[in-house]
Each structure stands twice: as C-alpha cells, then as structure tokens.
Design a binder for this molecule. Structure first.
Ligand code: SF4
Ligand code: SF4
Length: 123
C-alpha cells in the first residue's frame, strides 16, 4: 500500500510537470524581465555629458578614463572588465548623464569589448 502511494505521488508529479507552466525562464530564447533595481550595463547620454570627469575621479575600480584635450574635445572610456557595477559613477554625475540599465552585461569574450568608448566628442 505504501509503495502504491509513492507511485501515485510520482505519477501526479509527472502529470503536474506537463500541465503547470515552467518555473524557469527560457533565456536567451525569451527576454529577461529583470527588476529596475538591477545595476546592469552602463550607458551614457552623450547630450548630457560635459566631460567634467567626476565619474572618473570617483570610480573605485579605475574602470573609467577621461581623455580630454579641452572642454569641447574629449573621450570618455569604460573598461567593463574592471567595472564592479557599483553605481558610484551614476551617483557622482550631477547631470544624470551616466547610468545603469537593468540589462545583463554581456560576457567579455574578445579584447574589443574590454574597451567601450562611451563618448567621443570632437571640437
Ligand atoms: S559602476 Fe562603479 S566600478 Fe563601474 S564604472 Fe561606475 S563607478 Fe566605476
Ligand atoms: S558622465 Fe557625468 S560625471 Fe562623467 S564626465 Fe560626463 S557629465 Fe561628468
């Protein structure tokens, strides 16, 4: 009788597995709807960035670099391999130019993705 009960519960678990919706997300075949609070990929609104360098100065991981010749000519560079996705640059930026999205950060598979030119402003 005990054995029959066990077999029945196994059978009902198998039926449930076919009837119930899946518990897992089929990423990357379906989009991930991550919560807004996730600190994911960094983006820059180039219209708002003045090249002040506050984000670079406050980055604890040395993951940002400002290559500037003048106020009108500068490059803001991000090194994702060093980035801790801590949010300090977002907090430091007074104009709200740099911020995290809730998008997953892509794995770094080749040297080119180790360096991201966030802004390249030329005179
Ligand atoms: S998220 Fe943190 S570690 Fe990454 S660039 Fe911004 S301040 Fe630096
Ligand atoms: S992202 Fe913000 S803090 Fe960084 S250089 Fe641009 S304006 Fe300054």
């Amino acid at each position: 009788m005990k054995r029959l009960k066990k077999q029945f519960s196994l059978f009902s678990a198998i039926v449930d597995a076919f009837v119930e919706p899946p518990e897992t997300i089929r990423y990357p075949f379906e989009p991930l709807n991550l919560p807004d609070v996730i600190r994911g990929a960094l983006v820059l609104d180039t219209e708002k960035c003045s090249g002040c360098g506050l984000c670079v100065r406050n980055c604890p991981a040395d993951a940002l670099e400002l290559d500037n010749k003048s106020r009108d000519e500068f490059r803001l560079i991000h090194y994702p391999a060093r980035c801790a996705y801590c949010g300090q640059c977002e907090d430091s930026c007074r104009s709200g130019a740099i911020y995290h999205t809730n998008q997953l950060v892509k794995p770094i598979t080749d040297p080119e993705t180790c360096v991201v030119i966030l802004h390249d402003k030329r005179g």
